[in-house]
Design a protein around this ligand. Structure first.
Ligand code: SAM
Length: 269
């Protein structure tokens, strides 16, 4: 069926470097994972030729699909028309204001995975089922003390519970990409720990992971300007010393918050 759509609209392998998901079983499993209820509004980012979209429309109360490519917009309009339960937005997901939605299900454009994920964290929604490049997915769900633990992991743990639910082989796409893919479940929730100032916390995490092999003490001293603390050389002795001797990859998200909160309080004095 998906092959027929590709053929009908003359979309060939390598079209604009996009890889369309054509494995019907995997498409069904992704939609099942979202557990969509008839009253829910589902957002799809990068609807492509509509292979996920048609499945979402069969389950959701409303589907909002965003697609940047004018030729694919033509395909989507031709396939689905303008039913009441479908809103098609022609635009760049990073530029448009997203309308309210309950869930987001998408096979993302991998080159902007990070930007899209952080944009989504600014919105209020229940669940995301998103396909990423496998290595990105690993970093998103990683926990402290693993090689994949990164700024992305700490941010994700601050905003949501995340887990990898499926690894997807190359052959599930047309054309098969060079990279492996994985589907991640993201459930937003309030943070498990207190953060006095969100931007300060997030900037701090970004700064120290910029030097992930360095001990926290050195990274904090190097970033004293960004952290807004002129007397850092003295003040650093007031921070929990056992955390300063660790590297960023060995700190739990709440330990980053503990350090950021103490520094923020001092900066604001
Ligand atoms: N959903 C389809 C599927 O699963 O086969 C297509 C997925 S394909 C990996 C990504 C889609 O995102 C393409 O259709 C591409 O045109 C679209 N896209 C890429 N960058 C975009 C952006 N910045 N905003 C909106 N759509 C974008």
């Amino acid at each position: 069926m998906v092959y027929e759509i590709l053929r009908k609209y003359g979309i060939r392998g390598g079209y604009h470097d996009q890889h369309f998901l054509i494995d019907e079983r995997i498409l069904d499993r992704i939609v099942d994972a979202a557990d969509i209820k008839p009253h829910e509004t589902v957002l799809e980012i990068g609807a492509g030729i509509g292979n996920l979209t048609e499945r979402l429309m069969a389950k959701a109360g409303h589907v909002i699909a965003i697609e940047r490519d004018p030729e694919l917009i033509f395909v989507l309009k031709d396939r689905f028309g303008e039913p009441e339960n479908f809103t098609l937005i022609h635009g760049d997901v990073l530029e448009v204001d997203l309308p309210p939605f309950d869930k987001v299900v998408a096979n993302l454009p991998y080159s902007i995975s990070s930007e899209i994920t952080f944009k989504l964290f600014k919105y209020d929604f229940k669940l995301a089922i998103l396909m990423y490049q496998y290595e990105f997915a690993q970093r998103l769900v990683a926990h402290a003390n693993s090689k994949d633990y990164s700024r992305l992991s700490v941010n994700a743990h601050y905003f949501a519970d995340t887990s990898m639910i499926m690894k997807i082989p190359r052959g599930a796409f047309s054309p098969p990409p060079e990279v492996l893919s994985a589907v991640v479940e993201i459930k937003p929730r309030p943070a498990h720990f207190e953060v006095l100032e969100e931007k300060y916390f997030l900037d701090f995490v970004t700064a120290v992971f910029g030097q992930r092999r360095k001990k926290m003490r050195n990274s904090i001293l190097r970033n004293k300007q960004l952290l807004g603390i002129d007397d850092m050389k003295d003040f650093i002795n007031e921070l929990p010393q056992e955390l300063l001797d660790k590297r960023p990859e060995n700190l739990e998200p709440e330990q980053f918050a503990e350090l950021a909160n103490i520094m923020f309080r001092h900066k604001e004095k």
